[in-house]
Design a protein around this ligand. Structure first.
Ligand code: URA
Length: 422
């Protein structure tokens, strides 16, 4: 087999054979196929697509590039959730302990933020002492004893995807539905969860800007999971506005703890409960009441145990950025739009995110929102507070926030976009 013929097949809109797919994924993982050759193939896939058979084989080849985990020894059914990424998307933090409190085991392998979307591991690392890197044995122990674990995927899990994702990130080939679907599902299937709920985000702050693309991505991933014996369902959810009132690592942990304490912003609570219900249903757990588990403190108990089991201090004071800058409403009226992408880029520029994989993030950096679409605002009132340790970045962040919101005349009617679109 030679890589040029594989690239030419896809360049000329042909169908890759199972042998070509198995060979190219294995050869790339072993370093026999070079980065420039794989990036040419990734671009040909982005431009010409892959059919369902090719995507299934591509996913299976990425799974076969590494180890597979197995949770059969656990006494409880497993349920995992994956979000395709957004701004202020801290839902995994309250969701994992909540679903554990309702009787499922939640093995949540999570990622770090890249670009304008935040990463669950970066958020949790703002809790003093908390560790994202666990051995497989440690992961099993935390899961077994606390009901939930949130950690980084080990190097042995779908190594082909790790290499390919890093390459796609620097070659403009992330936004290809076959590549996104196989990337996400290879990790989730290799992880060994029995059921999976996909939160496919739609809107300016998401990979998928329109509902048709999001639906196609969701259907592709549900098909891959189902065919591999993982009970898989997907929700399409809104990411045109940031979730909740915070975007940034420690800020989002604080808000998640508010949700676990029975409070928190309505949209975060609504989506957390909606996803919890889907996860419990997929795991075959009937008669659990996630809203009650938030209200009666049992989800909070599971959170505290999970954080402590990973070395974190659930009572520690969270880091606060050294400098703040308040953005005020330029006029009075009704806030009718607050753009997720602009807020995400603003938080990223303040230091909450990274431009390259190896960059550090600031735990306290980010944006706190004081109003959401539909709220009435008065000229001069705070709309957002920007937080950073590096105040020289305020102007850069403010440039990203320019044009991110609209204020209409008082009394203008406003119809909120539902959180769960489908
Ligand atoms: N998340 C992943 O894990 N892979 C992608 O390709 C995109 C988002």
């Amino acid at each position: 087999m030679d890589v040029i013929s594989v690239i030419r097949t896809k360049r000329d809109r042909g169908e890759l054979s199972p042998e070509q797919i198995d060979w190219v994924i294995d050869a790339y993982t072993r370093g026999v196929v070079a980065d420039e050759q794989m990036s040419a193939l990734a671009m040909a896939i982005l431009l010409n697509g892959m059919n369902r058979t090719e995507i299934a084989r591509w996913t299976a080849a990425m799974i076969a590039s590494g180890e597979r985990m197995n949770f059969d020894a656990l006494s409880r059914p497993t349920a995992d959730k994956h979000s395709t990424g957004g701004v202020g998307d801290k839902i995994t933090l309250p969701l994992a302990p909540l679903v554990a409190a309702c009787g499922a085991a939640v093995p949540q392998l999570s990622g770090r933020g890249l670009g304008h979307t935040g990463g669950t591991l970066d958020k949790l690392e703002s809790i003093p002492g908390w560790r994202a890197l666990l051995s497989n044995d440690e992961m099993m122990h935390v899961l077994d004893t606390t009901g939930a674990v949130i950690c980084a995927a080990g190097d042995g899990l779908a190594p082909a995807d790790k290499k390919l994702y890093a390459l796609r990130d620097v070659t403009g080939t992330v936004e290809a539905i076959p590549l996104i679907a196989s990337s996400i599902m290879s990790k989730k299937i290799a992880e060994g969860t029995g059921s999976l709920v996909l939160d496919v985000k739609v809107g300016t702050g998401a990979f998928m800007k329109n509902i048709e693309d999001a639906r196609e991505l969701a259907r592709t991933m549900v098909g891959l999971g189902t065919d591999s014996g993982v009970k898989t369902v997907a929700l399409l959810t809104d990411m045109s506005t940031p979730l909740g009132l915070t975007a940034g690592n420690a800020l989002e942990v604080r808000e998640s703890v508010e949700v676990l304490a029975g409070g928190g912003p309505a949209d975060v609570v609504e989506l957390t409960i909606a996803l919890a219900k889907e996860m419990l249903d997929a795991a075959g757990i009937k008669d659990a009441d996630p809203a009650k588990a938030l209200a009666d403190g049992s989800a909070m108990d599971h959170w505290r145990r999970m954080i402590a089991a990973q070395g974190g201090d659930p009572d520690a004071t969270l880091p606060v950025a050294r400098e703040q800058h308040v953005v005020t409403a330029p006029e009075s009226g009704v806030l009718t739009r607050l753009d997720a992408y602009g807020v995400g880029v603003g938080a990223w520029r303040l230091g909450a995110g990274r431009a390259r994989k190896e960059d550090p993030v600031q735990a306290g950096a980010g944006i706190e929102l004081h109003a959401k679409p539909g709220d009435t605002v008065t000229a001069g009132q705070p709309l957002m507070t920007l937080h950073t340790d590096t105040p020289e970045k305020f102007d850069y962040a403010l440039a990203a926030l320019d044009g991110t919101f609209d204020i209409a005349a008082a009394g203008t009617s406003f119809t909120a976009t539902p959180i769960v679109l489908d």
